[in-house]
Design a protein around this ligand. Structure first.
Ligand code: SAH
Length: 360
């Protein structure tokens, strides 16, 4: 088992030869434990309306320049069914955070409807549904689980108290987020989390602690990527000045972080996220070569994609989902990998942990 010092060393890797060794080591572990298939989760960005005010995020409540939108039921269901027909197997519904009854009840209805409509010969249990809708009550998680969602993504953002506090207003507390991850596990979800990488004030030691947290809390899935400043936030490039690491540094650190996480948690699913591609065009392919085995094609209708900008420079803003499909497949095949079409591609870690421990 990797120690904290070994993890710090992996994260600090900077010479080309050492990076290549780290990458190959992580890739081999991935191959041995979860195989080489890449699983798709088509992501539907339901709405950028958000009641929270995270300092780093472009859709934060106080950003009055953001054009707010909300997809209607038909758009969401159409995107989901398109996904099922393409063989994607799973979707993610992500949104700015809202906790009111109208919102939570709408999600329940959408999950039920997507499940019902996506059952086919190829997908006898319908699409795999992941939700990424922020902190909610246990009763809400339960309702959505019973409707058919079985995976949930909630990034911890940083497990370091002081850094977490620097990133969020006082009303948003690390403890609440930790509690939410516990609640999700108790409700039976496959639980995903993650952090932003290369934040101002974030040390390699903090990132190593994040990885130990993923391992010690038995996390099933990870989605993480480089921090990318958004101009209309308190953490813009201008405001951060020389506390911001260069793009190249943030990219390499994010790739090292994927590799170190794979080495520490061999049987989890790790996503290669869009933020990597916002730094360099082949960023997502690079993430796959460092041990990631999941990627998230964007299914959000092109007319509102530009409004779901969590960070500046989000790629593929004017591409349709059909264009994304062709482009992404080409990109994945360029790394010598195949896509696990028509499968959920669930976390093997979840299967392992629920065999030894009865599900809650
Ligand atoms: N409201 C949901 C979804 C949040 S957006 C929730 O709270 O879970 C998904 C992720 O985007 C966030 O968890 C955060 O890690 C990431 N993100 C937001 N702003 C970012 C930025 N400026 N750079 C990189 N990632 C960012």
């Amino acid at each position: 088992m990797a120690t904290k010092n070994e993890l710090i060393e992996m994260l600090a890797t900077s010479s080309p030869d050492a990076i290549e060794n780290l990458r190959q080591h992580a890739y081999q572990i991935m191959k041995d434990h979860v195989g080489e298939l890449v699983y798709y989760r088509g992501i539907i960005e339901l709405s950028n309306i958000c009641t929270l005010n995270c300092h780093y995020c472009g859709i934060r409540r106080s950003n009055t320049a953001a054009q707010r939108y909300e997809l209607d039921d038909e758009q969401v269901i159409e995107a989901a069914i398109w996904c099922a027909k393409q063989g994607y197997g799973s979707i993610v519904i992500q949104s700015g955070e809202r906790r009111n009854h109208a919102f939570t009840a709408r999600i329940t209805r959408l999950v039920l409807e997507i499940k019902r409509k996506s059952i086919s010969e190829k997908l006898p249990n319908g699409l795999g549904i992941t939700l990424s809708l922020g902190e909610q009550s246990p009763a809400t998680y339960r309702q959505w689980f019973n409707a058919g969602a079985h995976r949930y993504l909630l990034r911890i953002e940083s497990t370091n108290q002081a850094l977490f506090a620097a990133l969020h207003p006082p009303a948003q507390q690390l403890d609440q987020r930790l509690q939410a991850l516990h609640d999700l596990r108790d409700e039976g979800y496959q639980v995903g989390t993650g952090v932003m990488i290369g934040l101002p004030g974030q040390t390699l030691e903090m990132l190593a602690d994040d990885i130990l947290f993923f391992r010690d809390s038995d996390i099933d899935m990870i989605g993480m990527g480089p921090f990318i400043p958004h101009a209309q936030t308190p953490m813009s490039t201008e405001a951060l000045g020389n506390t911001l690491r260069s793009k190249e540094e943030r990219l390499q650190l994010a790739l090292n972080m994927i590799a170190a996480t794979r080495i520490a948690c061999p049987d989890i699913n790790i996503a290669s996220t869009t933020a990597l591609q916002a730094i360099v065009p082949d960023g997502r392919e690079q993430g796959l070569t460092y041990g990631a085995n999941v990627t998230m094609p964007n299914l959000t209708p092109a007319e509102v994609r530009k409004d779901y900008t969590l960070y500046d420079g989000k790629p593929c803003l004017d591409e349709s989902k059909t264009e994304c499909r062709t482009c992404l497949l080409r990109r994945i095949q360029s790394t010598g990998r195949q896509v696990g079409f028509d499968q959920w591609g669930d976390s093997l870690h979840f299967a392992h942990r629920t065999k030894t421990q009865p599900p809650h």
